[in-house]
Design a protein around this ligand. Sequence first.
Ligand SMILES: Cc1ncc(COP(=O)(O)O)c(C=O)c1O
Length: 500
Amino acid sequence: MAQWTSAIGPAQLARQLKAQQPRPVGTGLRKPPAYRALADGIRLLVLEGRVPAAARLPAERELAVALSVSRTTVAAAYEALRGEGFLESRRGAGSWTAVPAGHPLPGRGLEPLPPESLGSMIDLGCAALPAPEPWLTRGVQGALEELPPYAHTHGDYPAGLPALRQMLADRYTARGIPTMPEQIMVTTGAMGAMDAICHLFAGRGERIAVESPSYANILQLMREAGARLVPIAMAEGLTGWDLPRWRQVLRDAAPRLAYVVADFHNPTGALADEDQRRQLVDAARSAGTVLVVDETMSELWLDEDLAMPRPVCAFDPAGATVLTVGSASKAFWAGMRIGWVRAAPDIIRSLVAARAYADLGTPVLEQLAVNWLMGTGGWEQAVELRRTQARENRDALVAAVRRELPGWEFDVPRGGLTLWVRTGGLSGSRIAEVGERVGVRVPSGPRFGVDGAFEGYVRLPFTVGGPVAEEAAVRLAAAARLVETGGGSGSAEPPRTFVA
Ligand SMILES: Cc1ncc(COP(=O)(O)O)c(C=O)c1O
């Protein structure tokens, strides 16, 4: 019996492999032998989750033709992969990809590593900062005081605690968008909100228009929900949304949903202006598409002189076209796992039904803590701390990367938590792989793309500052040198924790 569960064709594999080579070759640097480069390329596709484990690879002859290399090269590459545990073969059944025992399982999203496993590795894998103390402790203490009446109930609130729904509604009203508590559902993070939205609107095969690039974990959530992603390219620089293109794609593809991060887009940091917001809503309304707006980063404006545009839902206050997703994760702390959705009451009712069988509700204590913080002004003070921290980190990281990696290019965003960096023509996947060996963990560009796009990028978050940001840039420069000189190729070892 064959051991494979999916198959990748020769043309598709060749396309993915070619995308890994953004730098024009022939710069006089040491190149690995062709078979080694091919084995490394396939191994990277497996490690980055772009070719799944147990995927049948093309026959040697077919792949040789698609890549214009000799069959011997492909045979030697397959042999090397077999030796490293990334390929299994059986006569008559062909060859299929594998992950060696003990190796971390590949994923396409951004898997946080347990902090205690990192050693001296600098982790730029996730754009999440530590809690802004003392506000976490104060919020939890406030919540404990308010807990007793809830302790007498069953504790399941699939729509969220009434007090927090009211609080979140009032905050939208204060921002100029009148909102009732019936228009709010509290969720387990923005991820929980998106999960319920995909569950309700985007069943198998349904189309979802997404920015290209977009936030890796939500792209992966949508893929796993069985949706078909329709990428719409972000414009160069920080201008972001190309409205004629959005209108055309929404009209032609008529996706059920569109997902945008209009406030300090993850990963590019772009901020949509009011006109772009209005036009996005118009385009969605005319196409009959539900526009999901992820406001996770919206409170993280870092430049003091920045006048924030109105929220996208200001252009659809009833919430029939625009579903707004919010979260405490970036403004406050990801460990709270508190998010929410704002939409029309009937949509909220359906979302509550859609989420009920996933988790029945969000923990009461954390909801009370967020409610306490928002009600006492602690939230604003905590977010102010966050902004100061993120601003200092951004400035330190920008200076360090400019100094250590002058060939890398980026635009400095005015808010959010991420720098989207063009890696001077080097493969972002290879930088990510080699980075782990020299002590810096960084997600490659293709994690934020659809179908392997953005190979020439990495994403750097504003989570480290001062000397750590400088050391991160030094290690990234070391990784870049290794990739450039071919010294990073050929390792079958799992990523190791760096020991300084
Ligand atoms: C745009 C965006 N949406 C959602 C999330 C995840 O949010 P949560 O932790 O609330 O699930 C993140 C976290 O990085 C994000 O950047």
